[in-house]
Design a protein around this ligand. Structure first.
Ligand code: NAP
Length: 340
């Protein structure tokens, strides 16, 4: 069976996902697109796809079985609620939404529908390196995880468009989500420290150091550097009771030449996570074909939203800011047990 998909938002990542859905993956066809900018939608539309005037019309169209949302964050809530009301599986790029209240409205709608429909675009969970790291931790041979060191470095960010809040409400969500998933834990509080600024970032607050506290008592430190210059460098290391497990540096090819021995660094997130994006859509297509969703859920999007909110408060207050989650609905699995 071929899954007929409509894509909302045909900007940078929308176009990349259309490429993957039309040229890389099987069992799927992009039959509809829409964007606030109709010209952009027309240009991005693959052959045979219908261009709709509004997201609502696309979602309600009988030719669309499942939806991919790649519009900007503040538009996600309305589009997600429309998909849930139409009973259509939906892949939503991160962030799920941009406020706690909006996350709760989406969660309540999905719970009332009674079946998972939403997968959030936390692609790191589909990356082979992260999956192998998680398998080692879950295997238990290293004992309990105690500390996770997460490093998130971008070569540069667009001046003027990327603001000082964005390391905390746009970039950190990936590290927060992967920490919760790797450690099978929930985040209970956030601290933020700001060292001397990098001159490369001009007026930007950069870098930023975040400390995430968890239910089990494990701690996660996150370095976010968004103007590091040399490339897109993602690292992770888990210190456990009996040993340490780390992500390999990617790509792993070792180059030896007259400069010495070195490894190349990916230019950006598209290069580093290209296989992860493909895999997240493979799994989304399989679940959406069954009328449901797996992988990162509305609950996970809600958790990331709360962490981002707490981080923004923490950078202002200089204190540990609590993350208070509501009770976990059964639709999203078993709650994390509170440490004795
Ligand atoms: P972008 O290039 O600005 O593309 C967004 C597109 O959606 C634009 O064409 C925009 O039109 C359109 N749009 C905005 N509101 C809309 C609405 N209500 N209905 C229909 N179209 C609408 O942004 P992007 O970089 O592709 O990012 C899109 C989403 O993906 C964001 O939520 C972002 O956080 C996420 N993202 C995730 C990753 C990841 O690693 N998972 C990476 C990059 C981006 P206008 O430009 O005219 O507003």
């Amino acid at each position: 069976m071929t899954l007929r998909v409509g894509v909302i938002g045909t900007g940078m990542i929308g176009q990349d996902h259309i490429r993957r859905l039309t040229q890389v993956l099987s069992g799927v066809r992009v039959v509809a697109v829409t964007d606030i900018d109709q010209g952009r939608a027309l240009t991005a539309a693959p052959e045979g796809a219908e261009v709709f005037d509004t997201p609502q019309a696309l979602i309600r169209s009988e030719s669309v079985q499942a939806v991919v949302i790649c519009s900007w964050g503040p538009a996600h809530e309305e589009q997600l609620l429309e998909c849930i009301s139409a009973g259509k599986p939906v892949f939503c790029e991160k962030p799920l939404v941009t406020s706690e209240a909006a996350a709760i409205r989406v969660m309540d709608a999905e719970v009332a529908f009674g079946r998972r429909l939403v997968q959030v675009g936390f692609m790191r969970r589909f990356d082979g390196d992260y999956r192998r790291l998680k398998a080692v931790i879950d295997g238990g041979t290293l004992g309990a995880p105690l500390l996770y060191h997460s490093v998130h470095r971008n070569a540069s960010v667009p001046e003027g468009l990327y603001t000082s809040d964005m390391p905390l409400n746009d970039t950190l969500v990936h590290d927060a989500d992967i920490s919760r998933w790797l450690l099978d834990d929930e985040i209970t509080g956030v601290e933020v420290r700001v060292p001397r600024r990098s001159l490369r970032g001009k007026d930007l607050r950069d870098p930023t150091l975040v400390l995430l506290h968890t239910v089990s008592g494990a701690l996660v430190d996150v370095e976010i550097s968004v103007n590091i210059g040399y490339g897109y460098d993602i690292r992770g290391e888990v210190s456990c009771e009996e040993g340490v497990a780390s992500l390999p540096n990617r790509p792993a090819t070792v180059i030896s030449d007259h400069h010495g021995i070195r490894q190349a660094i990916p230019e950006d997130w598209r290069e580093r996570f290209i296989d992860a994006y493909d895999q997240e859509f493979r799994e989304w297509i399989a679940a959406a074909g069954q009328g449901t969703a797996t992988g990162p859920s509305t609950w996970d999007g809600y958790a990331a939203t709360l962490v981002a909110d707490a981080a923004l408060r923490a950078v202002e207050s200089g204190h540990l800011e609590p993350v208070r989650m509501r009770g976990k609905p059964a639709l999203y699995g078993v709650p994390v047990a509170v440490a004795a």
